[in-house]
Design a protein around this ligand. Structure first.
Ligand code: NAD
Length: 486
């Protein structure tokens, strides 16, 4: 049994109240351990440590040294690669290959790439004319924003948390992280790496606990938190934005999605089936960029539905450690109940069930886990709740379309606007679609192909702001202009 502690001011500490909460395995619902449940006392201590560190060694550290330290953090993660993979697997139950080949290496990369960007980014400068003819010189300098509150979700916990912590620290800020209560392990383990490579105490802090009226909200309401970066549900974003309004703190939001996948009849058929399969079912459908609405051009509609169904029916359920398993459980019993309620609602709304729709028949030792089948529906109107609302599970609705203009209207008729994936061999059509669909991220003949230098974020109710590359610097630094009269 594990006991996960907070990481505050360079030390692993329990809650002052002695309160803890349970962490159960998504695979079999077995009690894995307990987690310290933080509240105002821990949040106050973490924010105070973060604020002090800004004025201590960290705040005074030359950029070169800070950059080297963040490279050391990335190397430290790589050195403890197996520990991070094991911790993430235990928390999420997701397949080994996804965690070992994507989520943990990307977590390490998040420290290196932003360290390199901050080292190389130019500052703007303008020479201006003045009436006396001597002119003036303007130049911009970047300063860290201060203490950043980082509120992160459970679906790719290490990758999404470091995606914020990496650039925040590269820019010279300090952080107080409130990881999801479902996935506390890797954020805590990162504290060990921070200490091992000599990151000063108070630069990286982790407080465990819940969201509303608890540690999460207390971080977002804290007077000494200067900005808040959040990934999670749109509804939570609304609550955090209200909290951030007091004190006029800046927010960066990566929120929900109900993303459309669009398949034209001229696509590379096998690649499109595999691409849509990954986008709808990878990580058991728990990817914000995932596809839950698929639009397929009529000439290949029946063939596409049959091929995607066949692909779903060969997934191999299992624990991350089971040889050959490629499909994990949902994160929790609560999420399983939510996803299954949508499965039931789809049928009430008149869907045709193509495959799945329930719970797979699992061996006895896994029966209590949060397993659900990959599920495909057809035949629903666009007004059906399972076509409009984010389910965040392994499911999609597939609808035929005829014309390009028609599918643009269908794809855009949703309150979210995070991403889309378009499959066609006609690049002129792809360019037109990319310009017409209201999302932050468009993939053509690919999905989740990420260059960390590119702008990442959502339109409409999928987010505020962009992170990635130099765009992260816009949020994590304050630009100051200096004007010198010559
Ligand atoms: P969530 O909003 O329930 O929780 C996210 C975090 O917010 C957790 O740490 C939680 O404790 C905390 N929280 C909850 N209420 C809070 C409050 N009132 N104040 C402060 N903190 C609070 O989201 P989740 O269920 O963990 O994650 C799934 C959601 O995240 C989905 O909607 C998904 O689309 C979205 N997501 C978006 C992106 C993106 O890049 N756009 C990436 C991953 C996940």
């Amino acid at each position: 049994m594990s006991h996960t502690l907070h990481f505050i001011n360079g030390e692993f500490v329990p809650s002052a109240s002695g309160k803890t909460f349970e962490k159960r395995s998504p695979c079999d619902n077995r009690l894995m351990g307990t987690v310290a449940e933080g509240g105002q006392t821990e949040v106050d201590a973490a924010v105070a440590a973060a604020k002090a560190a800004l004025h201590g060694d960290w705040g005074k550290m030359p950029t070169d040294k800070r950059v080297a330290m963040l490279h050391a953090v990335a190397d430290g993660i790589t050195k403890r690669f197996d520990d991070f993979v094991a911790a993430e697997e235990a928390d999420t139950g997701q397949p080994h290959h996804v965690i070992a080949h994507a989520f943990v290496p990307r977590g390490a990369a998040n420290f290196k790439i932003f360290a390199d960007i901050i080292k190389n980014v130019p500052a703007e400068s303008f020479v201006m004319d003045t009436p006396d003819g001597a002119g003036a010189l303007n130049y911009a300098i970047r300063k860290p924003k201060g203490v950043i509150g980082v509120i992160s979700p459970w679906n790719a916990p290490f990758l999404l948390m470091t995606w914020k912590v990496g650039p925040a620290l590269a820019c010279g800020n300090t952080v107080v992280v409130k990881p999801s209560e479902e996935t506390p392990a890797t954020a805590t383990l990162l504290g060990e790496v921070m200490n091992a490579v000599g990151v000063p105490a108070g630069v990286y802090n982790v407080v465990h606990g819940f969201g509303p009226d608890a540690a999460g909200e207390q971080v977002t309401r804290h007077d000494d938190v200067d900005a808040i970066t959040f990934t999670g549900e749109t509804r939570t974003g609304t609550a955090i934005m209200k909290a951030a309004a007091d004190g006029i703190r800046d927010v960066s939001f990566e929120l929900g999605g109900k993303n459309a996948g669009i398949v034209f009849a001229d696509c590379d058929f096998d690649a499109a089936v595999e691409g849509i399969f990954r986008s709808a079912f990878m990580n058991t459908g728990q990817v914000c960029l995932g596809t839950e609405r698929v639009y397929v051009q009529r000439p290949i509609f029946e063939r596409f539905v049959a091929a995607l169904k066949a692909r779903c029916e060969v997934v191999k359920y299992g624990r991350p450690s089971d040889a050959g398993s490629n499909y994990g459980p949902l994160i929790s019993q609560e999420h399983k109940r939510k996803v299954l309620s949508y499965y039931a609602r789809a049928m009430q709304e008149g869907a045709t069930l193509i495959t799945g729709g329930g719970v797979p028949d699992m061996p006895a030792e896994l029966r209590e886990g949060a397993w659900v089948q990959p599920t495909i529906w057809t035949g629903l109107p666009e007004t059906a709740s399972v076509v409009r609302e984010e389910i965040f599970g392994p499911c999609c609705h597939i609808r035929p379309f005829d014309e390009e203009d028609e599918v643009v209207v269908l794809a855009n008729a949703n309150r979210y606007g995070l991403s889309t994936t378009i499959w066609t061999e006609n690049l002129k059509c792809a360019h037109r679609m990319a310009a017409a669909i209201d999302v932050g991220i468009t993939w053509v003949n690919s999905w989740f192909l990420r260059d960390l230098r590119t702008p990442f974020g959502g339109s409409k109710q999928s987010g505020i702001g962009r992170e990635g590359g130099v765009h992260s610097l816009e949020f994590y630094t304050e630009m100051r202009n200096v004007c010198i009269k010559l």
